[in-house]
Write a protein that binds this ligand. Structure first.
Ligand code: TYM
Length: 327
């Protein structure tokens, strides 16, 4: 069975971009793949976090995975910091195959450190893609389902795996990326030229999975639209195209059918319909998440860490031996 691995940072509530770009794919992949889904807390601390909030977010993101359809009986769910091999392999890759030249090309570091300048950014933020490569390579991953913003990091992972294999002999699988055609880049509701992001300056940029019906309705009403009044799916209308994509992915209706439903109607009707579609998706999700206890989550994570730990330990032995450590 082929293996898949992916993760989300517990740096706040998840938004529709996280679900439509990544987690929705995970749910449909878990029957076909030996699947591992991680809550990447070591990545989250590359920017400063409040300890109490971080602890809460780790449990909440785990609950969200389960409430969105990741079944702990099928897929392994665990927290990155519970398996020390992630940080350890990151260091080994840092020293053996990751080059400054590779890292300086990473656009996310430039974006994330851009606001305050790289002088104040953590070294961890710079090294973040190597930690991500370690996550993926530890588990002999064949396929990595992510949104488009992570593609560059998976490409780096491929480069590091190939380079390591060349120097030390076959050790790592070179993984492929898997994108969701329409969901790979959900754009901001307030600016269709930028991706939906929790770090956006305005909360009108995103819809979180915990937003109430009232908030969803307010945010959709304020969402920017394009000139003209027809509901058409076209590259000339990037704001509307993004909204129709969200509508389509959450309702499983084709974009053609959505266009047909709104012939002769305007943005007001369309936005009411979109609000209903989002609320109909979020309401059962929120009920489910609220029914999962912290204890249940901790149980899932304990089991997950044990299973992942065993796999990772085996890989680490192989890597250490190849590098020349006495094992
Ligand atoms: P993170 O936590 O920023 O995002 C989690 C996932 O959500 C996707 N995503 C989006 N997809 C479509 N449209 C958007 N607007 C949008 N915003 C976010 C991301 O592409 C991602 O798939 N470094 C990763 C986490 C990570 C990881 C890994 C992923 C760590 N190790 C190993 C895969 C494999 C990150 O920060 O994702």
């Amino acid at each position: 069975m082929k293996k898949t691995f992916s993760g989300v940072q517990p740096s706040g509530e998840l938004h529709l971009g996280n679900y439509l770009g990544a987690i929705k794919n995970w749910v449909s992949m878990q029957d076909e793949y030996d699947a591992t889904f991680c809550i990447v807390d070591l990545h989250a601390i590359t920017v400063s976090q409040n300890p109490e909030e971080l602890r809460r977010h780790i449990l909440d993101v785990t609950k969200a995975y389960i409430a969105l359809g990741i079944d702990p009986d099928k897929s392994n769910i665990f927290v990155q910091s519970d398996v020390s091999a992630h940080a350890e392999l990151c260091w080994l890759l840092n020293c053996t195959v990751a080059r400054m030249g590779d890292m300086e090309k990473m656009t996310q570091f430039k974006d994330k450190s851009g606001k305050d300048g790289s002088e104040r950014a953590s070294v961890g933020l710079f090294d973040y893609p190597v930690l991500m490569a370690a996550d993926i390579l530890l588990y002999d991953t064949d396929v990595v389902p992510v949104g488009e913003d992570q593609v560059q990091h998976v490409e780096l992972t491929r480069t590091l795996a190939r380079r390591f294999n060349k120097i030390f002999g076959d050790t790592f699988i070179v993984p492929d990326v898997k994108l969701n055609k329409e969901g790979k880049r959900v754009m901001g509701l307030d600016d269709p030229t930028k991706k939906m992001s929790k770090s956006a300056t305005s909360e009108y940029n995103y819809i979180t999975l915990m937003d109430s019906a009232d908030i969803v309705s307010k945010k959709i009403r304020k969402a920017v639209t394009d000139s003209g009044s027809e509901i058409v799916y076209s590259d000339d209308k990037p704001a509307l195209k993004n909204l129709i994509n969200i509508y389509s992915l959450l309702s499983n209706k084709s974009t053609d059918d959505i266009e047909n439903d709104y012939v002769g109607k305007g943005y007001g009707d369309f936005k009411d319909g979109l609000t209903d579609v989002i609320v109909n998706f979020l309401t059962p999700f929120q009920e489910k998440i609220n029914s999962i206890s912290d204890d249940k989550v901790k149980e899932v994570l304990n089991e997950g860490a044990q299973k992942a730990g065993k796999q990772a330990e085996q890989k680490m032995q192989e890597v250490k031996e190849k590098i020349g450590f006495v094992v």
